[in-house]
Ligand binder design. Structure first.
Ligand SMILES: [Zn+2]
Ligand SMILES: [Zn+2]
Length: 643
């Protein structure tokens, strides 16, 4: 009687739909709309009350970290629904252990009836339930297998020249008649065309970018967002102007993409296995390209020329002759971006380092809306770092007390933390041993048939889960402990290593990388007394930051070799490579030239006045009255302009 009564109960139903890539998109019957209509029908036929439909579109069934699913769990806990209906079991999930947990523990505990319509699963109907564990296993197998299947299906379609991205690339739209085919987007294709034209004219990426930015056109991500693509809007939330700021990467991306010559490009990254999500990118030369899949915005020849130009520019830039020994180490103190080394465009100095200055890359790219220049002469930086290494080395050799103070400060906190971690490690190991014991007695129970197969599966699943969690944590703890021991050792090693650098005269990349983690450069600052100072913070390996340096920045590095004046022959230090005269001679020549220029200009004015007075009787030339002469010139100008 109770069973029949239950059957007639009016349930408060939640419908749950899920779809993801690993379900295969060709299958129309799997679509969210289909799931919804089947389930709504079903609920209506039963005469039950549909409370809410939960949809997770684009979420894999291999875990339960899905927003709508979690909402449904909350609603169950709050008693809003007491029945869950899905199309089949795999909609609920594809992970055996976790799925079982919901089916056999969570739903019964919360008095929730679960029905998978197509699989005939119903937690109220015991005979239908017997098959559930088996179906769960099938689900899991499907999940592992499906990744292989999807990959081969994807490759086959790629080789047929079918475009498979969610959104068309910039400059194209998806053909409404065939979503795997691209058509030129007339609204923005001219921007792509212009970028290629500029590149063909020999412009580098940075120049092209500047040119495009001047035109205030939406950058590709902003344009995509405007066309309704999801996931881009967050880039512009805090800065509306960002929509129009193209990055060098977007320009480079366009120039490198075979799409614009009418070809499909794919497999730009090295394949990853299921576990590792990191996929390093391949060089453009290694991409797989399917030719002539759609209309190009540029011709193949134009595209090839641009590729050649870009590759040769890349080589040129590397052959500058300046070895950037601070590369990867020097950072802007305010925004954290790397600082770039650039030639300061001055007359060639004998030493290349005197032609180079560093400035914030963020400022260099986006200008003063993002950061300020933070310029520092390469020579200033070089000298400051060299001096600091020497100072540190001197201290390490001569001041035993200071060294011990540093060592103590750096290792003390770590030691107390290490103790706590050691304690945790012991506890975890103990629980692991306990789990082993529990599991073996459970297994014994199963062999002696003291528990059912299903209960065994459930319990062993639970133990295995805990075992896995403990092992993960144990690994973390061990790694942290090793790190901390390594660090203490590192501090000691560094303090003895730095002693070797006492009296260092030259810096190179090896020295920098052996000793220094990073160098932060602050903006120049004008002091109260009018002098300019700049702060540099050097973070040493293991030791970290010891004390900031204050340097007086050189405006231009002037250490040129002394020369002899071409006029008086005296030896002097020139300010630029083309200088010819000593300061005194230069001053004299400048003055003389100035007088000469003035004399010539006066002479010209006099000539004009003479000519004019000859033509005009009313104006009489008076050699002493410059003023009248100027008036005469003004009048002549008026006459000439027809007034
Ligand atoms: Zn900066
Ligand atoms: Zn001279």
């Amino acid at each position: 009687m109770a069973g029949i009564k239950m059957e007639n109960q009016i349930y408060e139903v939640g419908i749950y739909c899920r779809l993801s890539k690993d379900d295969g998109t060709d299958n129309e019957s799997a679509s969210i709309a289909t799931q919804k209509s089947i389930l709504t029908d079903y609920v209506k036929k039963q005469g039950w009350h549909l409370v809410k439909t939960y949809v997770d579109d684009g979420y894999s069934g291999t875990n339960f970290q899905r927003p709508s699913f979690q909402n449904m769990i909350k609603d169950i806990e709050n008693g809003r629904i007491n029945c869950v209906v899905t199309k089949d079991l795999s909609r609920l999930g594809r992970n055996y252990l976790d799925c079982g947990l919901y089916l056999e523990v969570f739903f019964p505990e919360n008095n929730v009836r679960y029905i998978a319509v197509n699989d005939g699963v119903d937690t109220l109907n015991k005979s239908a339930m017997d098959i559930t564990p088996f179906r769960n296993i099938l689900n899991e197998m499907y999940s592992a297998d499906v990744s292989v299947k999807i990959k081969s299906a994807y490759r086959a379609r790629f080789q047929q020249g079918k475009f498979m991205g969610t959104y068309a690339p910039y400059g194209y739209v998806k053909d409404p008649a065939d979503h795997n085919h691209l058509l030129i987007d007339d609204k923005v294709a001219h921007v792509v065309r212009e970028i290629f034209d500029l590149a063909l004219a020999g412009n580098g990426i940075a120049k092209i970018r500047k040119h495009i930015n001047k035109q205030h056109v939406l950058r590709p991500a902003a344009y995509a967002a405007e066309q309704g693509a999801a996931g881009y809007e967050r880039h512009f939330e805090d800065n509306e102007e960002n929509r129009y700021i193209w990055s060098e990467n977007s320009i480079r991306g366009i120039l490198r993409s075979p799409i614009y010559a009418g070809n499909l490009a794919g497999y730009k990254r090295i394949a990853a296995n299921m576990k590792s999500k990191k996929r390093p990118s391949k060089l453009p030369e290694e991409w797989e390209v399917i030719p002539n899949t759609h209309e190009g915005i540029v011709t193949q020849e134009e595209f090839d020329t641009v590729q050649q130009l870009m590759t040769s520019r890349r080589r040129e830039q590397n052959a500058g002759g300046f070895e950037n020994i601070f590369s990867g180490v020097i950072k802007c103190a305010d925004c954290g971006y790397a600082m770039r080394a650039s030639s300061a465009n001055r007359r060639k100095r004998p030493d290349i380092i005197d032609c180079i200055q560093y400035s914030c890359n963020n400022y260099g790219r986006y200008g003063n809306i993002m950061c300020t220049a933070h310029s520092i002469e390469a020579r200033d930086l070089f000298n400051a770092v060299l001096a600091d290494i020497n100072r540190f080395a001197d201290m390490a050799v001569n001041d035993e007390k200071a060294v011990r103070a540093i060592e103590k400060r750096l290792t003390e906190t770590d030691q107390s933390r290490a103790k706590a971690l050691e304690k945790e490690r012991k506890k975890l190991n103990k629980r692991l041993a306990e789990l082993d014991r529990l599991f073996s007695s459970l297994y014994e129970d199963k062999v002696m048939e003291r528990i059912t197969e299903r209960n065994f599966e459930m319990m062993s699943g639970k133990y295995q889960k805990e075992q896995l969690e403990i092992e993960t944590r144990l690994k973390e703890v061990t790694e942290t402990l090793n790190d901390s021991y390594e660090k203490s050792q590192g501090v000691r090693d560094f303090l003895s290593l730095i002693r070797n650098y006492q009296g260092l005269k030259e810096l190179d990349a090896t020295v920098i990388n052996a000793l220094i983690d990073k160098i932060l450069v602050s903006e120049r600052e004008k002091m109260a007394d009018g002098t300019v100072q700049q702060e540099i913070k050097i973070y040493y390996k293991f030791i970290g930051f010891v004390g900031e340096l204050h340097i007086t920045p050189t405006k231009r590095w002037t250490a040129l070799k002394p020369k002899n004046c071409t006029v008086c022959g005296v030896e002097y230090v020139p300010r630029s490579g083309i200088s010819k005269y000593c300061p005194e001679c230069r001053e004299r020549i400048r003055k003389a030239q100035g007088t000469e220029t003035k004399r010539r200009s006066r002479e010209r004015n006099r000539q004009v006045c003479i000519e004019l007075s000859a033509k005009n009787d009313r104006l009489i030339w008076n050699s002493g009255q410059e003023e009248r002469c100027v008036r005469a010139i003004k009048i002549r100008k008026l006459i000439l302009s027809g007034m």
